[in-house]
Design a protein around this ligand. Structure first.
Ligand code: FES
Length: 321
């Protein structure tokens, strides 16, 4: 599974080959980066073959699959804090089906706003074609969505790199998992907990209100069988608790929240003497989601630039911002 998390999240999906392959900037295929030899780890799909041969067969069809936009109506399903809302909307069945994958997110904006107002939001729940997302309305893009009694959204998706280390969640069964979620991080934590419980894992969750000011997934997690521990502050109470728990050698740690929280989790693991795989929510600043704009670039300790909207990577290998 270690191998899985270094790959492009769109590989083996209908969105591969993508615009990066088209411009010789593919993050995986050495040929499609302009190199003379193939040095990929065979993943069951040859992106070069797909690009050069499959396109020729698709006469008349759009060669690159672009994510579609849909205009939908939304309602505020719940106001959680002063600036935090759960929004609910119906999208097409096709898009909803694609958003069940771990780490899914969408870009949203108000229909009255230009394209550069798009911002990414993680998916909290998908039931048939109904989506729930958790959103903090704190800047011009998100505040605009709730202004003037607006009830319409432009939704673009699906995108899949909302969590780093998603393959761990997909593959683990019968494991002991610790889930740490703070503030708005509780929204993306929810589908991760659902998946982990569906595959017969024992999940212990440490939840904190964070800047949102409320723990809002505790009851739902408890009903699913998660062992829930609520704390008023992760820094003060959650991290010491985590440090004790990692000594019991869990199989996986999941951190859903800001990068500051992820670093706290890593510090607690180190203090507890544990070397355990970690899944972390992806907090990179994203504008295009397609690997093109460069806003999500982060540097690794071995000096590589990573497009966080495309590449899966172990969070602990990133240089702290
Ligand atoms: S969000 Fe544009 S390159 Fe990643």
């Amino acid at each position: 599974m270690r191998k899985n998390i270094s790959q492009c999240i769109d590989m083996n999906s209908k969105y591969c080959p993508c615009l990066l392959a088209d411009t010789n900037q593919c993050v995986f295929c050495s040929h499609l980066k302009g190199e003379a030899t193939c040095n990929c780890n065979w993943s069951g799909m040859c992106i070069l073959y797909e690009k050069h041969w499959q396109y020729n067969k698709q006469q008349g069809e759009e060669p690159i699959k672009i994510r579609v936009e849909e205009e939908v109506e939304f309602k505020v399903q719940e106001q959680i804090g002063q600036n935090t809302f759960i929004l609910e909307m119906e999208v097409s069945c096709e898009l909803a089906g694609q958003l069940k994958k771990i780490g899914s997110f969408i870009f949203v904006r108000s229909p009255k706003d230009p394209q550069f107002f798009n911002f990414p939001v993680n998916i909290m729940k998908v039931a048939k074609n109904t989506l729930q997302i958790g959103m903090e309305a704190v800047g011009p893009k998100s505040l605009s969505i709730l202004a003037d009694n607006n009830n319409k959204l432009i939704v673009r998706g699906p995108y899949y790199s909302g969590v780093l280390g998603g393959p761990w969640i997909d593959n683990i069964t019968d494991g002991n998992i610790i889930l740490v979620a703070g503030g708005i991080g509780q929204a993306p934590a929810f589908p991760l907990a659902v998946q982990l419980m569906n595959t017969n894992n024992h999940v212990r969750a440490i939840l904190a209100p964070g800047k949102v000011g409320k723990i809002f997934i505790d009851q739902q997690l408890a009903e699913m069988g998660v062992e829930v521990h609520s704390v008023s502050s992760l820094r003060q109470f959650g991290m010491p608790m985590l440090q004790e728990w990692v000594a019991m050698k869990p199989d996986l740690i999941v951190s859903a929240g800001p990068d500051e929280q992820h670093y706290g989790v890593i510090a607690a693991m180190q203090a507890g003497g544990a070397n355990i795989p970690m899944v972390a929510t992806n907090n990179a600043t994203m504008c295009c989601g397609e690997g093109i704009c460069g806003s999500c670039l982060r540097k690794t300790r071995d000096n590589k630039n990573i497009r966080m909207c495309k590449q899966q990577i172990d969070f602990s290998t990133l240089i702290e911002d």
